[in-house]
Design a protein around this ligand. Structure first.
Ligand code: GLN
Length: 474
């Protein structure tokens, strides 16, 4: 079977009776088997996926199938699917079974998607290389000595290596876009509040957002249409109507794109990424868009503000893993205090502990004003600056990452190096705006390159249209 790159292709073949959903799922099972060494899946849902595939095929035969019939999708292992394990790639939750489904999972199933398994990620989505996973790193299929990116590393490699058609990830500070960039997929992070977070294991609640990794813009658009919209179980979800994102995909005339100058004219930017981005700018211009360079002088504040705020939120969110309510428990402990301490010390990995400590510190009396409150003020400034840019421009353009995928083990010992690598992705997260990583082919060594586009709050439609024209029109 050849690699399918869009659901449209698959649905065409299903309609022609050249393919069945059980055949398709069997194909992906074989692909997963062949690529086990990439370590993309924490678990394959053989039984439930097979059953669902048969059910969907019946619906196809009876002409009553939903919009996602034929979509075989993987979910990041921090999204709950009732009666299936969910671990956040942590020892803390290694045996935990989800008691209910996330809203995104219910919506996928309602439209007849088949969920094939749960995907490896950085522990509690904290990381940018998938190396903090309790289950070990995911290997990049373009070069197995290199990282897949993170935290949704398994989600990216599953699409890259054709282990399923599409995947869900979560993006707090780049975790959908950065692995997508490292693996040559399309990584789409919607506006904060576009998609429900109910049933998604929380990292930093004012940043977390579910996103998609796909091989086509049309699949990203369709998934967004299915997943978005109000949810009684999550009051932070917007009640704005959900457009039919797939209709007239690629429409729209001349747009104004602002290139964030300091992100391109930056010594830290890999020269091959830079030249691929310059070529993408030339293509946008040739498609009739106006592209101008603008200054973004807050670049140096992005990473510090992001890490103060997200670690603070993480320290609060992760306090629920106490050895009593959830997950791993040290059964030798002699007192309640000892139970908390030993369970948390043994259940969490290094990076998660570092962040809980840092977050607790910045929230503590005496340091709260100097760090947490200050970072909130900086976030406000960043948001205002971004909104001011959107008065004159429709889109912002920057790299996704300073370098292509790095070697496994290369950066993991140095937290600061890892954090600084998030410099281009955290802007959209701090501002809460939608952003997409688009593939730009490979460098001389065969590693994927990528460009990032960001749009105004809730302007996903325009972002998808622009992306579609860019990738699919010559
Ligand atoms: N690399 C970033 C971090 O470690 C982003 C993670 C994410 O988006 N979940 O926080």
């Amino acid at each position: 079977m050849k690699k399918y790159t869009s659901l449209t292709e698959i649905q065409g073949r299903l309609a022609q009776k050249q393919l069945t959903v059980p055949e398709l799922i069997a194909y992906y099972f074989t692909q997963i088997e062949k690529n086990q060494h990439l370590n993309a899946f924490n678990e394959v849902f053989f039984d439930s996926a097979k059953k669902q595939a048969e059910l969907v095929q019946q619906k196809v035969d009876n002409g009553i199938a939903g919009r996602l019939a034929g979509m075989v999708i993987g979910i990041k292992d921090n999204i709950c699917y009732i009666d299936h394990q969910v671990s956040a790639s942590s020892k803390m939750l290694a045996d935990f079974v989800a008691p209910y489904s996330a809203t995104v999972v219910s919506r996928l199933l309602q439209e007849d998607a088949v969920i094939i398994g749960r995907l490896n990620c950085d522990e509690f989505a904290m990381g940018g290389s998938n190396e903090t996973s309790y289950y070990g790193p995911v290997k990049n299929a373009a070069d197995e000595e290199r990282v897949a990116g993170g935290s949704s590393g398994g989600s990216a490699v599953a699409v890259q290596a054709d282990l399923c058609l599409a995947t869900l990830g979560t993006d707090t500070g780049g975790s959908v876009r950065q692995p997508a960039a490292f693996c040559g997929c399309i990584g789409f992070k919607p506006t904060y509040g576009r998609i429900s977070r109910y049933g998604v294991l929380a990292y930093a609640s004012s940043f977390d957002q579910v996103g998609t990794l796909t091989s086509s813009v049309s699949d990203a658009a369709l998934l967004l249409a299915v997943l978005s919209g109000a949810d009684d179980a999550d009051s932070t979800v917007s009640t704005l109507p959900v457009p039919n994102y797939t209709q007239n995909l690629g429409a729209g005339g001349t747009k104004k794109i602002a290139v964030l100058k300091e992100t391109i004219e930056n010594e830290a930017l890999d020269p091959e990424i830079k030249s691929a981005i310059l070529a993408s700018i030339a293509k946008f211009k040739s498609q009739g868009h106006v592209v101008e360079y603008v200054s973004f002088d807050l670049l140096d504040y992005l990473v510090p503000a992001y890490y103060v705020l997200t670690t603070a939120e993480a320290s609060s969110n992760l306090s629920r893993y106490d050895g009593v309510h959830y997950g791993y428990r040290n059964t030798q402990a002699q007192s309640l205090n000892e139970l908390y301490k030993t369970s948390r010390a043994e259940g969490f990995g290094e990076e998660v502990k570092r962040r809980i400590l840092l977050g607790t510190f910045v929230l503590s009396a005496g340091y709260y004003d100097a760090y947490y409150q200050k970072a909130q003020q900086v976030r406000r400034l960043i948001r205002e600056k971004v909104e001011a840019l959107f008065v004159d421009y429709d889109f912002l353009l920057s790299p996704v990452t300073p370098t292509p995928a790095f070697k496994i083990g290369e950066n993991i010992q140095d937290a600061l190096v890892m954090y600084m690598a998030d410099i281009y992705t955290v802007l959209a997260s701090l501002a809460g705006i939608p952003a997409v990583a688009l593939p730009l082919g490979n460098n001389a060594a065969g590693l994927p390159l990528s460009v990032q586009l960001m749009a105004k709050h809730f302007n996903e439609q325009e972002l998808l249209n622009l992306s579609h024209r860019f990738l699919h029109e010559v």
